[in-house]
Design a protein around this ligand. Structure first.
Ligand SMILES: NC(=O)C1=CN([C@@H]2O[C@H](COP(=O)(O)OP(=O)(O)OC[C@H]3O[C@@H](n4cnc5c(N)ncnc54)[C@H](OP(=O)(O)O)[C@@H]3O)[C@@H](O)[C@H]2O)[C@@H](O)CC1
Ligand SMILES: Nc1ncnc2c1ncn2[C@@H]1O[C@H](COP(=O)(O)OP(=O)(O)O)[C@@H](O)[C@H]1O
Ligand SMILES: [K+]
Length: 499
């Protein structure tokens, strides 16, 4: 499923109109009806419903929704919150159809009247502003949004909660706080940002008849279970351990043995053929009982670099420590340019001074920062990153020729040529030390089992988050879930998603 900016959405509407001959009124009818039937999942027959209708095409959708609900016999009060002169174009055409159907609407004169109406209602449908919103809300919307947000009422939004910007990059806004949003045609960037996503509540997307084959590709999409089923490689019946990749994991230290232990175990649970660990010798007794299938390599005494040859993939950095005396390892890893390399955690701190050297690498380089680590690497602030994660990830991945996995509740995976995939699986149970180490192990393993690193990374993020979701649905809670539970839970996820 594509993820779009407001501009890209307008382009889609234009394609539908010009290339396919669907006119704006048809699209609005389709949108309003599709949204109505989607919203009905949250409405009961005995509910009293207020539909709030704004000045643009989002308001036009509102007239279609109000009419459809009234036609179906629901108890609806349609409120036009702007003067008549503001309702123009397709929205005006649908207002006329609404009136011709014999339905009355109320015109907002004072927010007091609306307040009384909202006080009686069970459900409020926000069809005031959509992708056309610019800057902070102006009156009358500010007042209305505040009234709605303070009422104990089911709040449903059409396309976007009014006031939420469609695109990344805007942090100063006030908005309708939806419990559920019915998104038209494609999710907008703001459905995935930490500061805007909570306004959507739960959401899903309705199809409105725009012909998919004619659409420009935004090179930005949601990666879902169907994508995983389609792309996860099958394990060949005639394979041997060498067929599934020999991986090296460099990390861990006497005070942080668990990190590398979990990366190694997650890697093996995700199908890697062989895993070798390079760690401080003092850490080995803590690691080996947890992951008996792994072997250990020599060469971490006194800052030595282990032998890097003969591996199908290397993961570096988890629990490694940030002592700059260990930077020689980073230099050597970058030189090993034909082996795929994943860098996480402390490795990302040590990598910062060597970023320009990354472009010499021939095999894929994968960086898996959370926003704090990405801030360190990029020199941006965490706030800047959270505000515009799509564009900052894209710029960084293109500039340094790397795959960037920017982790968070929505994880954005960017390829060196700037294509982006978003994984929204997972839950707050993963917000715990160790989750990232497990993810690195899964990613290393999947990278070694296919030629397609891009799919491997997307699938790895999805399997990691989905495992946490399945565990929380059955047996665990978000409170008790541990990173090591996710490793053991992978069995079930692989059974579900591999063919
Ligand atoms: N064919 C199509 O295109 C289809 C479109 N569809 C639907 O249309 C929606 C997009 O419609 P849109 O472009 O009319 O924008 P929309 O969000 O309704 O708002 C525009 C109005 O908002 C006002 N306004 C802006 N900022 C403001 C602020 N801060 N505070 C206050 N007011 C502000 C602005 O005022 P102005 O700046 O002009 O004074 C203008 O009057 C889209 O989300 C989807 O729901 C579907 O029906 C499918 C077919
Ligand atoms: N609230 C959340 N919802 C979904 N996934 C989350 C959430 N919090 C964290 N995660 C996931 O958990 C992992 C955390 O990684 P990271 O921050 O590196 O953890 P650590 O370094 O502590 O192991 C990432 O994959 C991230 O996407
Ligand atoms: K809206």
């Amino acid at each position: 499923m594509d993820i779009v900016t407001a501009q890209e959405m307008y382009e889609r509407d234009r394609v539908a109109m010009e290339a396919a001959g669907l006119d704006g009124k048809m699209l609005m009818e389709n949108a309003g009806r599709a949204v109505t039937y989607d919203l009905l999942r949250h409405i009961r027959k005995e509910h009293t419903i207020v539909v709030l209708i704004g000045a643009g095409n989002n308001g036009g959708d509102g007239f279609v929704i109000a009419r459809t609900l009234l036609n179906l016999g629901y108890d609806v009060e349609a409120w036009q919150v702007v003067p008549d002169a503001k309702i123009t174009g397709d929205a005006e055409a649908h207002k006329r159809i609404f009136q011709a159907s014999g339905h009355p609407y109320r015109l907002l004169k004072s927010s007091e009247d609306l307040n009384t109406s909202l006080g009686r209602a069970d459900v409020c449908i926000d069809a005031m502003l959509g992708i056309g919103v610019k800057g902070r809300l102006k009156e009358p919307y500010v007042d209305i949004v505040r009234l709605c947000n303070e009422k104990s009422i089911v709040r449903l939004a059409v396309d976007l909660p009014s006031g939420v910007p469609a695109d990344e990059g805007q942090e100063d806004f006030e908005a309708f706080q939806a419990h559920y949003t019915s998104i038209i045609e494609a999710p907008k960037q703001s459905a995935f940002l930490q500061h805007t996503q909570p306004y959507y509540g739960e959401w899903s997307v309705v199809e409105i008849g725009i012909p998919p084959k004619q659409l420009p590709d935004p090179r930005r999409r949601l990666w879902d279970g169907a994508d995983v089923k389609r792309t996860l490689p099958e394990r060949d019946a005639h394979s041997h351990k060498g067929s599934h990749g020999k991986g090296l994991i460099i990390g861990g230290s006497p005070l942080m043995p668990g990190s590398v232990a979990m990366t190694a175990r997650a890697s093996l649970r995700s199908g890697a053929g062989l895993i070798a660990v390079s760690t401080d010798p003092e850490a080995i007794p803590a690691i080996s009982p947890y992951v008996q299938e792994a072997t250990f390599v020599e060469g971490r005494d006194g800052g030595q670099v282990p032998d890097l040859e003969g591996y199908d993939g290397i993961a570096f950095g988890m629990g490694f420590g940030r002592d700059s005396k260990k930077e020689n390892v980073v230099e050597r890893l970058i030189e090993e340019k034909e082996t795929p390399l994943l860098v996480d955690a402390d490795g990302l701190y040590l990598l910062k001074g060597f970023l320009p050297a990354l472009e010499k690498r021939e095999a894929p380089t994968v960086l898996t920062p959370h926003p704090g680590e990405f801030a360190h690497l990029s020199g941006l602030s965490i706030k800047e990153i959270l505000n515009s994660p799509f564009s900052h990830s894209k710029n960084f991945a293109e500039e340094h020729g790397v795959y960037l996995v920017l982790k968070g509740p929505s994880t954005i995976i960017t390829s060196p040529d700037g294509e982006q995939r978003v994984d929204i699986s997972g839950n707050a149970g993963l917000a715990k030390g160790g989750s990232g180490d497990v993810l690195s192990g899964i990613l290393l393993s999947l990278m070694m089992q296919t030629e397609d690193v891009w799919d491997a990374l997307s699938n790895g993020c999805f399997l990691h988050g989905t495992t946490a979701d399945l565990l929380v649905q059955d047996g665990h809670s978000k409170v008790d879930l541990l990173a090591s539970d996710v490793i053991e839970g992978l069995s079930r996820t692989f059974r579900t998603f591999s063919s």
